[in-house]
Design a binder for this molecule. Structure first.
Ligand code: DLL
Length: 439
């Protein structure tokens, strides 16, 4: 079966020896440190740690002399505190949610995008995509990297790309059938939705040429993967990434589907205990920390991803030497991922707090509606607001809905409640109820 064939985009790089990899990593890290020192943020941060040049990095272990970078740092450095090249060298900017209204932005030179595209192409071939495939890219195009990042990687291989973006499921189905789509890229929840639509619209499996899906952008279990595979009768491959690290394709499964290969010539990975910040032994779960080795415009050293995983130290049968990480088991912060969109509770709180008429207590509810996630913001209103007539309450509801939608890009349901009706938690307030089943 073609699917089990082991394909390489860059055989030499993908099968690099441990020794060559280590020396490449040290070289690249030194370059990245020099580059980072060109930015206002790192100049200060590195000098405070006693690092004034790449001479301080002699071995890979020296990475531990470099302080961590957190999402908050990116927010504080907004918009250009992490820029290492002249502004006119930038060709694209992406962004992801920050913990408040200030987004996290990531900038790229043409060379950076070429590198990201090459890494993505490698990832797609790693899980079995190849020239001759027709890909329907059902991830959102725009500031989110899932659309454009994957798109360019697929084109680089010579795959035919249909950039449908997310949503409009009936049109997705029509194209799948009429254009012979063999491969889709979508969130796991959207794949389930797609399957429900296939059944509802009465498509027969034989009418579709679909053979595989690449999925990611949100956590999902092995059980969910199996369910999607069974329902659609295809192979489903897990793909991890994040905007700060150039988007999708940072780590991806090969045809054996036993963990995701992290491209270690492009990133240095560390797994730390999030409390002690010390490295954990291989195989133990901890927080993934990443240093990007292939970006000029915006260096990122020891970035705390907040994602929890573990290294699978055993070699993989596919022959790639880049180590694998296991399926992600959660995050160390409170970020929610709702239908693939990252939302911080603090963003919602920010809108509620500045809105006159909104009361003291609120609750953020996340549930499953069918196969998709549904977000509801339930908030008390002030006694004055509650005593007012229905039109005023309706206007508040609408305003909350539209301000939240503008900030978090998801339109939530809004429930306005009588003052004192949302029970106050004893001790630490519980602002989020995530009622989604764990798979
Ligand atoms: O989600 C990039 C991406 C696009 C990855 C398409 C894969 C496919 P962000 O919007 O910045 O970027 O969100 C990054 O999403 O820190 C994880 O918490 C979560 N995440 C991404 N992929 C996976 C995955 C994109 N395969 C955040 N499993 C990350 C679990 C994932 N969580």
């Amino acid at each position: 079966m073609r699917e089990k064939e082991i394909l390489f985009w860059d055989t030499k790089a993908e099968r690099i020896s441990a020794e060559d990899l280590r020396s490449l990593q040290v070289q690249s890290l030194r370059k990245q440190v020099e580059n980072a020192l060109k930015t206002p943020f790192y100049r200060e941060r590195l000098r405070a740690a006693g690092i004034t040049g790449s001479g301080h990095i002699k071995t890979l272990d020296d990475i531990r002399r470099i302080p961590f970078t957190a999402k908050q740092d990116l927010r504080d450095a907004y918009p250009f505190g992490l820029l290492a090249v002249p502004r006119d060298e930038l060709v694209r900017v992406h962004a992801s949610s920050g913990t408040t209204g200030i987004p996290t932005i990531i900038y790229h030179t043409q060379q950076d995008l070429d590198m990201a595209t090459d890494t993505m192409a490698r990832s797609i071939m790693c899980c079995g995509g190849h020239r001759g495939d027709t890909l329907q890219n059902m991830m959102t195009y725009g500031l989110f990297t899932g659309g454009l990042g994957f798109h360019y990687g697929a084109e680089r291989i010579g795959i035919t790309v249909i950039p449908t973006s997310s949503g409009n499921t009936l049109r997705q189905l029509r194209f799948m059938k009429d254009l012979g789509t063999t491969m889709v890229h979508a969130t796991p929840s959207y794949l389930l939705h797609l399957h429900a639509a296939i059944e509802h619209e009465g498509y027969r499996r034989e009418e579709l040429a679909l053979r595989m899906a690449v999925t990611g952008a949100e956590p999902h279990s092995e059980e969910l993967r199996c369910k999607i595979q069974d329902k659609l009768g295809i192979g489903v491959y897990n793909n991890y990434g994040m905007s700060e690290l150039n988007g999708p394709g940072v780590a991806i499964e090969c045809v054996y589907r036993q963990g995701m290969h992290v491209w270690e010539d492009r990133y240095i990975m560390e797994i730390i205990n999030p409390d002690t910040l010390e490295p954990v032994p291989d195989g133990e779960t901890g927080e993934l920390v990443m240093t990007i080795l292939c970006r000029d415009a915006m260096p990122l050293l020891r970035y705390r991803t907040r994602d929890l995983t573990r290294i699978i130290p055993e070699p993989c049968s596919c022959g790639r030497t880049h180590r694998r990480v296991a399926r992600f088991t959660g995050r160390t912060d409170d970020m929610l991922i709702i239908n693939g969109v990252n939302v911080f509770p603090s963003q919602i709180e920010e809108v509620l707090l500045r809105m006159p008429g909104v009361g003291a207590n609120y609750l953020i509810l996340v549930e499953k509606q069918g196969v998709l996630d549904k977000l509801t913001v339930r908030t008390e209103v002030t006694p004055e607001m509650f005593a007012d007539d229905a039109r005023v309450l309706n206007a508040l509801r609408e305003q909350l809905r539209s301000e939240l939608a503008a900030l978090i890009t998801i339109t939530p349901g809004i429930e306005l409640k009588e003052p004192g009706s949302i029970p106050l938690a004893e001790g630490k307030a519980k602002r989020v109820e995530d009622l989604r089943p764990k798979d």
